[in-house]
Design a protein. Structure first.
Length: 203
């Protein structure tokens, strides 16, 4: 499979409402790509991105790490708020200390950052697997899915957004929230993620 580089596609999707806002990027090494790994996944690095300039500057560094480690870079497209994450981290550290789980304290900030988004304009991911670019672009089945998602966003009173982000096995449709039950009744086998990361780079 060819490498996936979505830096340019994702750049217009990241918006910083204020100087406390940031995006969470993780580099993960997976057994799926590295059969000799003893674990299903190894955490390589975290990045906290506070501006598009920082995003641009990190591009070559992230690509180099991923290429060297045969790892994948993932970005959560719902923005984070520094104050909210700091408060949640404080609470979690107190919980860890109360339960004498001292080793977990160092992971508290990254853990909270992964869990707590604060975007007023949230995005969801519709996960389309096992499809080629040609099929996705031209097959009537996938055109109907994109149109249906757009209609559901309008019904929810939102300006439709259907960003298309390639993955190793298919595509992520980046959308605004919609009636999930109505979507699932039509497409029960397609997963919809409310705050999962999308693929930024994969060698």
């Amino acid at each position: 499979m060819s490498k996936v580089n979505n830096f340019d596609l994702i750049r217009p999707l990241i918006v910083f409402p204020d100087d406390q806002s940031f995006y969470f990027l993780q580099i993960l090494k997976r057994r799926k790509d590295n059969p000799d790994l003893e674990k299903d996944m190894i955490h390589i690095a975290d990045f906290y991105i506070y501006s598009t300039e920082e995003y641009d500057k990190l591009k070559h560094r992230i690509i180099k790490i991923c290429d060297n480690e045969n790892a994948r870079a993932y970005l959560r497209l719902n923005v984070r708020d520094s104050k909210k994450i700091a408060m949640q981290t404080l609470k979690r550290i107190v919980d860890y200390i109360s339960s004498e789980n001292y080793k977990a304290v160092k992971k508290a900030y990254a853990s909270c950052t992964g869990e707590f988004g604060s975007s007023s304009d949230k995005t969801w991911i519709v996960d389309i697997d096992n499809v080629s670019m040609d099929s996705f672009g031209h097959a009537e089945k996938y055109a109907k899915i994109r149109d249906f998602v757009s209609d559901l966003q309008r019904e929810a009173g939102k300006e439709p957004m259907v960003g298309i982000i390639p993955t190793k096995s298919g595509f992520h449709l980046i959308t605004r929230p919609f009636n999930l039950q109505k979507f699932k009744s039509e497409y029960p086998d397609i997963d919809v993620h409310k705050d999962n990361p999308t693929t930024l780079y994969c060698p």
